[in-house]
Ligand binder design. Sequence first.
Ligand SMILES: Cc1ncc(COP(=O)(O)O)c(C=O)c1O
Length: 469
Amino acid sequence: MTMNRLGTASSDAQSPRTALDALVAEEERIFLARQPRSGELYERARRVLAGGVTSNWQITRPQPVFIDHGHGSKIVDVDGNEYVDLHGGYGAGLAGHAHPAIVEAVTAQVRRGTHFAQPNEDAVVVAEELARRFGLPMWRFMNSGTEATMDAVHLMRAVTGRDLIIKIEGCYHGHHDSVQVSVAPSANEPIGTIDHPRSVPSSAGIPGAVTSLTLVATFNDLASVEQLLEGHQGQIAGMIVEPIMMNAGIIPPQPGYLESLKELLHRHDALLCFDEVKTGLPAGPSGATGIYDVVPDIVCLAKAIGGGLIVGSVGATEELMDHVAKGDYEMVGTFNGNPLSMAAARAMLEKVATDDAYDRLGRLRQRIDETLSARIARYGLPAHVVSVGAKGCVTFSTTPVRNYRDFLAIDGRYNHLHWLCQLNGGVFLPPWGKTEQWLLSVQHDDSDVDRFVANFERFAEISAGAISS
Ligand SMILES: Cc1ncc(COP(=O)(O)O)c(C=O)c1O
């Protein structure tokens, strides 16, 4: 199959046309009427850009929204519609748009040269600050989350001399071969049972031989990891996991899970890598690592640490990074540690992701949680709010979602309708419905939350009957 992160009813559970479909159709009509210029650009783009976009995740229904510019907590599309930006560029936008500290740092660096392929002082400062926050002493920089997790997987294999890795069904770690496995499989694929999930490629072009090197376990289920370690004694290099799953709504780890995972893997001389590309700074000042007080062997970061610029990062123990320093594992890249990215990351860490900012974000998060939960109760929606730090989502289930199989059972149309209602009411949530979360930035305020809640109320009003029917 090809990856379908929308998780629509058509892939997960074939449903007849219902009142819900009619509501979706009406909101899509409004959506298109508001965006004639985006429609024109889309037509033009389809002739020169595959799918009319620059990444498959920009393909949205009924059409992609072409953005003109951003300022503070807002973005403005090419038709002049202004949105409260809760998309946050798929989780990179913790600083908001054109944050003065980022603008100043990047502008100063642009004037002094944009690329040397040599280390600079900012890289040292950023590494020192990440070491302080994440409790791992040694760091390297690259250009995306994909590069970070690719280097992490290579490093685990290089250090242990083992080929197999474990990943969690439903976790996304970027688009390199080793992790393009069981990302968002549909129930129609040969995915095995929840106790024995099977590895399936998540895209065409991933060789079966590579897929077979990635074993799949169930989130929040230690036994599913243990059976893989027992069944492949001495062959597993390590495990990569989002410590809080954030590509299937938000699924938090159960108490003690991450700690036990580390202990279990180490008992088998295997390594633990946290993919904090999404959780990184948005979950808290030192990510999920800080929240759960479990320091893994490797942490991957990207997205928000760049303050809107392009950066990925890997942190690890001295012992592991010694293999990099000695050149056993060649961790390389022309643009690694690029001065523009390093200037932005330094400003992000020193001036944007501050304690004060986290206090403000915490207050906004609490307001959203409380007001949305009250609307859910008032309209009797089968849903609940899950949030952590600056991230949050509405999960359309009355019971907590513990793993990908629970998530698979949710009808993606609810989220799509919510997304459309928010867009039509001037709030840009991330596309791809149920898989994604909103991201608050340090520049959002109460009036942004008010607009978001008002749109949610309209969504609840029009859909309550259809959703519970
Ligand atoms: C948890 C996680 N890891 C890795 C990646 C890949 O990051 P990038 O898109 O920067 O390559 C993503 C992207 O969404 C992600 O969510």
